[in-house]
Write a protein that binds this ligand. Structure first.
Ligand code: FES
Ligand SMILES: [Fe+2]
Length: 448
């Protein structure tokens, strides 16, 4: 610490995040009015609309959006509310020939026009637009389907800058779901998301990585509303985390007396098994086969290059086309991005881990949390994925890393309600992505 400040003065520090942002109903109301309607939000993936009538609902705060593909092939989005007396029309996802309200039986075509209005002759002076589903602005990029609820946001590609340029060669549009799980959490949507927006917690929360994750040094880059972090020491893996003396690695004995290449392989097998995504089977194979290319005493960079070369070769062998993406372009994407406001996205060559947090109604203490990893599959090899939903994450059979993160978030929300807690002292280097999210958020919600 090279600077000493009093508790009062903390609040003027730029990396301080006031507690109200997480627990105040007034702040959640401000988000409902000035954040969620105004931004572009990922609502679904194009692959979910494989034929006309396939639909997905996307709920956020008190809004619900219904997305579908109409008979002309166009993806459309509507407010999921009946223009008659306001019933929510549908929920979940599925396949529909038309939409139907279960209260008084009005019906709509897939393009949102009204098809049936029971006893329509009883009304006078009502136009077709009054009884159609109200459209929501929709656009696509990277295979994602975005909505902008108030229709006033800048064009999607401008909003996303620098995603379209920096991620162009990554080609997210060629990836497909590996699995999709949603659960409810008893915490603010930001508490949930921020558990996945920094690497600083890994040495304690995911201490099984400590024996061989190397000396991670998390550095952040901000791009206006969006931001990312990367590991400035990526080639140091295989070595123990320097914090291991404070936080012994879980299962560290499995790494005792083992050579470096074998340590890297065991590390990769551990994290791959603890995530069931992102670190693909091909990455595990590439680390297992490192001894084919380098010896235990090779320098850090030689080991890293051997891994990258093997990973590309294994993808090519499996028919997974990654030829468009250079190691340099992939390296520039770092470890983890915040797509403002509510997504965390982590890339590897053939895996992409996506987290999304959404407030549940106007309660600052509740959210929905989605995890939907993508993968780059060989043609025809993508699995058929159905969305899973769990009221309680304990029932969701989540891999170990997510369980470890979920075990923190409810306790954070509880802790933040103490009168002793003034706000977050985010790490000015390693947690700048968290801070940047709040900087943009407070500007939109409070006009700061
Ligand atoms: S509320 Fe939908 S038809 Fe009456
Ligand atoms: Fe984590």
């Amino acid at each position: 610490m090279n600077e000493v400040v009093s508790v009062q003065a903390l609040e003027s520090k730029t990396d301080f995040i006031p507690y109200e942002s997480y627990i105040s109903p007034a702040f959640a109301k401000g988000e409902k009015e000035r954040l969620w309607p105004a931004v572009w939000l990922v609502a679904a993936r194009e692959e979910e609309f494989s034929e006309p009538g396939k639909f997905v609902t996307f709920d956020i705060a008190d809004e619900s959006i219904l997305l579908t593909r109409d008979t002309t092939g166009q993806i459309r989005a509507f407010f999921n509310v009946c223009p008659h007396r306001g019933r929510r029309i549908t929920k979940g996802c599925g396949l529909a020939a038309k939409f139907y309200c279960n209260y008084h039986g009005w019906q709509w075509n897939l393009d949102g026009t009204n098809k049936v209005m029971i006893d329509s002759g009883d009304w006078t002076g009502i136009s077709p637009a009054d009884v159609a589903l109200r459209p929501v602005r929709v656009d696509t990029w990277g295979g994602f389907v975005f909505v902008n609820i108030d229709g006033q946001a800048e064009p999607l590609l401008d909003y996303l800058h620098p995603w379209p340029e920096m991620w162009e060669n990554y080609r997210i549009q060629d990836m497909r779901y590996r699995w999709f799980k949603t659960t409810k959490l008893n915490c603010n949507w930001k508490v949930a998301l921020e558990a996945f927006l920094e690497g600083y917690h890994a040495q304690t929360t995911h201490r099984q990585v400590n024996p061989a994750c190397g000396s991670n040094r998390w550095e952040c880059q901000t791009f206006g509303r969006h931001s990312m972090f990367y590991d400035a020491n990526p080639a140091s893996w295989g070595g123990a985390n320097p914090n291991q003396p404070f936080i012994p690695g879980l299962g560290a004995e499995a790494f005792d007396g083992v050579g470096r290449l074998e340590r890297i392989y065991r590390y990769m097998k551990t994290v791959s098994g603890d995530l069931h995504c992102l670190f693909t089977d091909r990455m595990v194979e590439a680390t297992r086969r490192l001894p084919e290319r380098v010896s235990d005493d090779a320098d850090d960079m030689a080991v890293m290059m051997a891994f990258i070369t093997l990973h590309y070769e294994i993808c090519a062998r499996d028919g997974v086309d990654v030829s468009q993406l250079s190691p340099q372009d992939l390296g520039a994407l770092g470890v983890d991005w915040n797509m403002f406001p509510n997504l965390a996205i982590l890339p590897t060559l053939d895996g992409l881990l996506i987290y999304r947090a959404r407030p549940d109604g106007d309660d600052p203490d509740k959210c929905f949390f989605d995890i939907f990893p993508l993968e780059r599959f060989a043609p025809g090899m993508a699995p058929k994925v159905t969305r899973e939903f769990y009221e309680d994450w304990h029932d969701g059979n989540y891999p170990r890393i997510f369980v470890q993160d979920f075990e923190n978030v409810d306790e954070v929300q509880r802790g933040m309600k103490s009168i002793a807690y003034r706000g977050a002292l985010s790490n000015p280097r390693a947690e700048k992505v968290v801070w940047n999210l709040h900087r943009e958020l407070r500007e939109m919600v409070l006009g700061e």
